[in-house]
Design a protein around this ligand. Structure first.
Ligand code: ADP
Ligand code: MG
Length: 401
């Protein structure tokens, strides 16, 4: 990475403002249901505490849309972090005059301790990237660290604005360990992949993945396409797809991609179809040219699993975004599970395997393969934008090496 990291600056005893991504899922009672994002920020936080820095954390959570809302308080996240690091994490209180509690945090910050601002989205200026808010944040610290990969594709006050102000004030704005790891894995795959380099794309809509296909197609050796988006490619080829997902507006794109990607793009040759979008609906496995008119494609079939797995296991770099089927329903999760298994085997063979995208990461976790991938990105939208070849504003704003 061509950006400075936390290791390139002196943080000992300094006041360090860290943007983390604690946008964790919660149930109706507010209990955190998945704390991987908190876990992923620990290396940076521990590193700073070991150097006796005064750590001031900030994050967004959900979409409170510029209003203070107890439901979106970072209290549960602060508490969970406290449990993990074995010390108190003081949460600043949100007031009408100071929705993030910046003054309280400024007073409370002390070497070797952690304080946390309230939800950055309790104030409009966050998403509008307001200059005053950015300046107020920058005034809190000597060093700014961005470790929120999941928010790095947004030019917000806590990700981009504050970094720019820090630099203007001759203070440091650097990457944390998680951000660095994400950029290193994704960046290396895109700029200097060990070959064969294979990408697997799936998920529901072609439209969402057009920029990713455009960016990856020229670079990969193989592009395997599964999931709901495969059916639009068939339709574009003149096949009948029954009730399967169709993204009509993307058919022209699919035709062009199939021509440009001749010999590279591989589509499923069989699929599991159901007569309703429902786990218990009657289902059958058919060749893609034989989808019954009243059925819809729900998963890739066993022959496709075999073909795709052979390609994946022989690869040296694999990027996967988008489930192969409706994995949330157990009867249509087999294709996604088998592809996860193939990636796991590729990892064991020495390949670099990377999973990006919110649902894909959830699928790999849920199916029990998380430990067997080289890297699972913590950023849903951010990882997709990175794969699209876009620059992430939260990264661009950091100090160059
Ligand atoms: P990610 O979040 O990893 O980028 P997407 O959001 O693009 O992934 O796609 C995930 C969704 O695609 C899942 O909810 C899954 O159920 C859906 N999906 C996959 N295959 C199909 C299919 N054949 N029909 C309908 N939906 C599908
Ligand atoms: Mg998704």
């Amino acid at each position: 990475m061509n950006k400075k990291t936390i290791k390139d600056v002196d943080v000992s005893g300094k006041r360090v403002l860290v943007r983390v991504d604690f946008n964790v899922p919660q149930d109706e009672t507010g209990a955190i249901t998945d704390d991987r994002r908190i876990e992923a920020a620990l290396p940076t936080i521990q590193y700073l505490l070991e150097r006796n820095a005064a750590v001031i954390l900030m994050s967004h959570l959900g979409r409170p849309k510029g209003k203070i809302a107890p439901k979106y308080s970072l209290a549960p996240a602060a508490q969970r972090l406290g449990e993990k690091i074995g010390r108190e994490v003081a949460l600043a209180s949100a007031t009408e005059d100071d929705p993030l509690g910046t003054s309280e945090a400024a007073n409370a910050a002390a070497p070797g301790q952690v304080v946390m601002l309230e939800n950055t989205r309790f104030i409009d200026g966050e998403e509008t990237n307001d200059a005053d808010l950015s300046a107020r944040l920058a005034a809190l610290a000597d060093v700014y660290v961005n470790d929120a990969f999941g928010a790095a594709h947004r030019a917000h006050a806590s990700t981009e604005g504050v970094a720019v102000v820090m630099r203007n004030m001759q203070k440091s704005a650097v990457a944390g360990f998680l951000l660095q790891k994400e950029i290193d894995f994704l960046g290396r795959a895109l700029t200097s992949p060990e070959r064969p380099f294979v990408a697997i794309l799936g998920g529901a809509k072609v439209k969402d993945k057009i920029p990713v296909i455009d960016n990856l197609l020229p670079q990969v050796d193989k592009l395997l396409i599964g999931g709901g988006m495969a059916y639009t490619f068939y339709k574009a080829n003149g096949l009948e797809i029954g009730q399967s997902l169709l993204d009509e507006g993307s058919m022209e794109f699919c035709r062009a991609a199939l021509t440009q990607g001749h010999g590279k793009i591989e589509l499923p040759n069989d699929c599991v179809v159901a007569d309703d979008f429902n786990n218990d609906a009657p289902r059958q496995t058919v060749k893609v040219a034989e989808i019954p008119a009243d059925y819809q494609g729900m998963d890739i079939g066993p022959e496709t699993v075999q073909r795709f797995s052979d390609v994946i296991v022989g690869a040296k770099t694999v990027i996967w975004n988008g489930p192969m089927g409706v994995f949330e329903m157990s009867n249509f999760a087999a294709g996604t599970r088998a592809i996860a298994e193939a990636l796991a085997r590729a990892t064991e063979n020495g390949a670099t395997t990377i999973v990006g995208g919110g649902d894909s990461a959830a699928a790999v976790e849920q199916l029990g393969f998380a430990d067997r991938m080289s890297h699972i990105s913590t950023g849903g939208g951010a990882s997709l934008e990175f794969l699209e070849g876009k620059e992430l504003p939260g990264v661009v704003a950091l100090d160059d090496k």
